[in-house]
Design a protein around this ligand. Sequence first.
Ligand code: GUN
Length: 297
Amino acid sequence: MEDTIQTTYTIIDGKKISTDIKTEIALKVAARKKQGKKIPHLAIILIGDDGASQTYVDNKVKACKSVGFHYTMLRFADTISEERLMKHIDHVNNDDDVDGFIVQLPLPPHISVERITENIRSDKDVDGFTNHNFGSIISKHPLLMPATPFGVMELLRRYNIPTEGKHAVVIGASRIVGAPLSMMLTEQGHATVTICHKYTRDLSSYTRMADILLVAVGKPGLVTADMVKEGAVVIDIGTTRVEGPEYQKGWAIKGDVDFKNVAPKTSYITPVPGGVGPMTIASLLLNTLRATELRNP
Ligand code: GUN
């Protein structure tokens, strides 16, 4: 029998799915308002003036406005001490009007991400970064899920892409994306999961076995066509800002996958931008709504 070669593939439209989710959230917020219930309130803490962080935060504020959430922006100079920042976090932790909050990363080097994260009340940790929320992924009752992996799972679910019994290969084992995503694929997706990382030898011997290949490394062009099995699902979570005169703005966001050459081999693939990226903010909004519903049913 001749091999069948995949000739068509679906580009997963994260922008559309995130718009659908935002519409669903806006309807729920409007219903809560009508019933006299509390409107979700997200607080965002931004330290310093990193351009990329500012853009992310602006998008989060825009998203809050678009679904009718209340929001508060708290900005501090990058000279703020860890102790003072902790005081502000304590204040937000104890502010009953705030349902969820995030501390935008990265932080200046003199501040410990671990110490700051662990000081966030887990029921307000809408990034899903605390150990408590992280660990809850493998419990019967997951709490607030890390936003990016949650967004990936939601994309797979809404595109009816089966995960059960499939071999998912995750490249990247970060605390924010790769590690929780692997746990979600196992626990919620019932997939067989292989985690690859910077110490993995002969990476392509693993990626070629993947029914679903998920990449979160931050190295544009890492995944080439020869590394991908015919008909695989490819999820690109990389976001690297690449500068160059050929780009209109002087820079462009690039994923980890050589999209042009990889796409024809796949059944489904996410583009960058417009794939997983918009889902991160949609997940943040979903978590904020969930935190509000848990605190103020
Ligand atoms: N920096 C880059 N992505 C994120 C994110 O999802 N949450 C926070 N808090 N900081 C980030």
